[in-house]
Write a protein that binds this ligand. Structure first.
Ligand code: IMP
Ligand code: MG
Length: 172
């Protein structure tokens, strides 16, 4: 495994995002909506850097894939979704790759009539987008490589790593 982003640079960037969100969402009915499972670490860290009131909710998205980044059929599970009508919703995901997950999720969430709907991702993979939609906040742009750690997995593993590392052939 090759280190791409270390713990310190991630924490610094997340803190900056938290400061920005504290300003943007002051005096608003703010809901942070994490996309399970990959966003858990990012959500846990960024909400602790936000100094205005907020609610936290989760939805689940899965696209059935391993190391290959070709998307499988996207599945959205909204059973955990809190009431977001009239609220300022920020969808938080680990990575914007093809963008299909976030684009589809935001389409579904708009039907629930949030007051506003924006998105934040930790990572954006360069040159991969297959949709018009772009996240409103992105912490790091990375090359087109398969990464794990800080919530991101390969076959369900490596989510606990505190940094972002590139998974190489020999690691499989
Ligand atoms: P998208 O719909 O193609 O943008 O894919 C987003 C989802 O694919 C993310 O939430 C991740 O779960 C997964 N994904 C995409 N690239 C990677 C990667 O490099 N490592 C781990 N998961 C990834
Ligand atoms: Mg995901």
């Amino acid at each position: 495994m090759r280190s791409l982003l270390n713990e310190v640079e991630i924490q610094e960037r997340v803190k900056t995002l938290g400061n920005q969100l504290s300003t943007e969402y002051a005096n608003r009915p703010f809901t942070v909506l994490g996309v399970l499972t990959g966003s858990i670490v990012f959500v846990a860290d960024v909400i602790r850097q936000i100094r205005v009131p907020l609610q936290v909710g989760f939805v689940r998205a899965s696209s059935y894939r391993g190391r290959t980044t070709r998307s499988g059929a996207l599945q959205l599970e909204l059973d955990l979704l809190p009431d977001i009508e009239g609220r300022d919703v920020l969808v938080v995901d680990d990575i914007f790759d093809t963008g299909r997950t976030l684009a589809a999720l935001c389409d579904v969430l708009r039907d629930r009539h949030p007051r506003s709907l924006r998105s934040a991702v930790l990572l954006t993979k360069r040159g991969r987008a297959e949709v018009e939609y772009r996240p409103d906040f992105s912490c790091f742009e990375i090359p087109d490589e398969f990464v794990v750690g800080y919530g991101l997995d390969y076959n369900g593993e490596h989510r606990h790593l505190p940094s972002i590392v590139v998974l190489e052939e020999g690691d499989l």
